[in-house]
Write a protein that binds this ligand. Structure first.
Ligand code: AMP
Ligand code: MG
Length: 420
C-alpha cells in the first residue's frame, strides 16, 4: 500500500458566519468536528509495534480464533453420543491430546482420551469432562451423566472468524488490541503518521525554565504544560520555543512552526489588546476567526490557518490555556490525527460544594473526587496554577443557570477521561 497524505484543510475552515457572537461550547465543538479532517499521512508497520498508533485502515482477521476446536479445561474427551444418564464407564485410549501436541488418531465410540487445556479436540471427540468430575484407575474413567453435548470445548472461530473486521479505522491501539491482532495472525497494519503538535509561548514577561528570572518576569508554564499534554495524549510534542511580543519574531516563529508541526498551539496574546500580537498577526494572514465562545475560563480562543496549518491561539492564563486545550484542542487533535471525534464521557456524581451559577456560558471548575463526592478548588482565579495541579479533573457546569448544593449531581470529567 502506498503512503498517502490527505489534502490540506480549507484556508477559511474556521470562518464563522457574520454576526455570530458568543458561540455556545457545543456549537463551537460541532463546528470544529465538521470543519476538521485528518491531515496526517499513513505508513505500514508491524502490528506488534502498533501500541498507541491510530489505524488508517480496518484490521481484518487473517485466521480464526481458535483456529480449531480445543479443550477449555484439563479433563477427558469422548463422543457425547455414548453418554447415558447415571453412571458411565469408558476405557481410555492410549496417548493424550495436549496443547501443541495434538492426538493424531481417532477416538473410537465409547472410548475416552486424556485431554488438556488448549489441546485440539481429536477426531471422534465432541465433549470434555472436567478431571475433577471423574474417577480413574489409569485404564478407565467413570463419571455421572447426563452431560451437555460440547461441554468444556471451544468452537473453532467462537472468538473471531477468519475475515472478520476486528478493529475499525480510527482505533488507537491498546495492549489488548495488540493481543487480538496477534492472535488472528495479523502482522502488518496501516496506521496514521503521528500528529505533530507544535507549541509556542508568547509574552515579553516570560522567562525560560531553568534560567534566572528578573523580578518582573514569570516562568513560562504553558509551554511545558502543553508539550506534556500533547505527549500524554499520544501525539508528538514539538517545542517551538518562546516568542516576544513582537510581530516579526512571531511571524518567523509561525512560519517555522507551520513546517515543523501539523497543528500549532500558541498561548498568550490571543485577545484584542495592544500587546495581543498573536491575534493581530493571524488577522493579517486573513484567516483569523476569533471564536467568542461562551465559556469560563477560556475566552477568547483564536482559530486560524497559517500556511495551511491550523492554529489554536489559546489564552495566556494557564488555567484558561489548559481548559481550552482540553475542551477544544484535544478533540480537534483527534480529528486531525485520524482518530475521529471523541468527547470524554462525564460521570454524574454528587457535589461536595455549593455554587450559584449565572446563565449564559458554560463553566469549568478545577475538581477532584474524594469519598465519592466532587470537591472543587477554593479559588476560581484563572492564574492559579496550583489549583490545576491540585485538581484531578474538571466539573462542567451547564450553559444555563445552576444552583448547586452538597449532594447535587454534577458532571465530573476526570483528567483521565481526556486521556491525560
Ligand atoms: P495574555 O493572554 O497574553 O494577555 O496573558 C494573560 C495572562 O497569562 C498574563 O498574566 C500572562 O502573564 C499570563 N501568561 C501568558 N503566557 C503565559 C505562560 N506561557 N506561562 C504562564 N503564564 C502566562
Ligand atoms: Mg501576553
Amino acid at each position: 500500500m502506498t503512503d498517502l497524505t490527505p489534502p490540506p484543510l480549507a484556508n477559511d475552515c474556521f470562518a464563522l458566519p457574520p454576526g455570530v457572537d458568543w458561540t455556545p461550547v457545543d456549537e463551537a465543538l460541532a463546528a470544529l468536528r465538521d470543519r476538521l479532517a485528518p491531515v496526517t499521512g499513513t505508513e505500514t508497520i508491524r502490528a506488534v509495534d502498533g501500541l498507541g498508533r491510530i489505524l488508517a485502515v480496518p484490521v481484518i482477521a487473517g485466521r480464526s480464533n481458535p483456529p480449531q476446536p480445543n479443550s477449555a479445561v484439563d479433563g477427558y474427551g469422548f463422543a457425547h453420543a455414548g453418554v447415558v444418564p447415571g453412571p458411565n464407564r469408558m476405557p481410555l485410549v492410549e496417548g493424550r491430546s495436549a496443547a501443541g501436541e495434538p492426538f493424531p488418531g481417532t477416538v473410537p465410540p465409547g472410548h475416552a482420551i486424556r485431554i488438556l487445556t488448549g489441546a485440539t479436540i481429536p477426531a471422534g471427540v465432541d465433549t470434555v469432562i472436567l478431571q475433577e468430575d471423574i474417577a480413574t484407575d489409569g485404564q478407565n474413567i467413570a463419571f455421572h451423566g447426563p452431560l451437555k453435548p460440547g461441554a468444556n470445548t471451544r468452537r473453532a472461530g467462537e472468538d473471531v472468524d477468519d475475515g472478520d473486521e476486528i478493529l475499525p479505522v480510527g482505533r488507537r491501539l491498546t495492549p489488548a488490541d495488540i493481543a487480538l491482532m496477534t492472535a488472528v495472525g495479523v502482522d502488518r497494519i496501516e496506521v496514521r503518521m503521528p500528529l505533530r503538535v507544535g507549541v509556542i509561548s508568547t509574552g515579553d514577561e516570560l522567562a525560560e525554565a531553568g534560567t534566572k528570572a528578573r523580578a518582573d518576569q514569570i516562568y513560562d508554564a504553558n509551554r511545558p504544560m502543553l508539550l506534556a499534554m500533547a505527549a500524554r495524549l499520544g501525539f508528538v510534542p514539538v517545542d517551538l520555543g518562546r516568542v516576544a511580543d513582537d510581530r516579526d519574531s512571531l511571524r518567523a516563529a509561525m512560519d517555522a512552526a507551520s513546517t515543523a508541526a501539523d497543528v500549532i498551539l500558541t498561548s498568550g496574546g490571543a485577545s484584542a489588546g495592544d500587546e495581543d500580537h498573536v491575534s493581530a498577526l493571524l488577522k493579517e494572514s486573513g484567516s483569523l476567526s476569533h471564536w467568542r465562545i461562551a465559556i469560563k475560563p477560556g475566552r477568547p480562543l483564536a482559530l486560524a490557518m497559517w500556511n495551511g496549518t491550523p492554529v489554536f491561539g489559546l489564552p495566556g492564563n494557564p488555567v484558561a490555556a489548559m481548559v481550552t486545550a482540553l475542551i477544544f484542542a484535544r478533540p480537534a487533535f483527534g480529528m486531525l490525527a485520524g482518530e475521529g471525534w471523541n468527547l470524554p464521557e462525564p460521570l454524574l456524581l454528587p457535589a461536595a460544594f455549593s455554587k450559584s451559577k449565572k446563565p449564559g456560558r458554560r463553566e469549568y471548575l478545577r475538581a477532584r473526587l474524594r469519598d465519592g463526592r466532587v470537591e472543587v478548588f477554593g479559588s476560581e482565579g484563572s492564574g492559579r496554577i496550583s489549583g490545576l495541579s491540585w485538581a484531578e479533573g474538571l466539573v462542567e457546569l451547564p450553559d444555563e443557570a445552576a444552583e448547586i448544593a452538597p449532594g447535587t449531581l454534577v458532571r465530573y470529567l476526570p483528567y483521565a477521561a481526556f486521556g491525560l
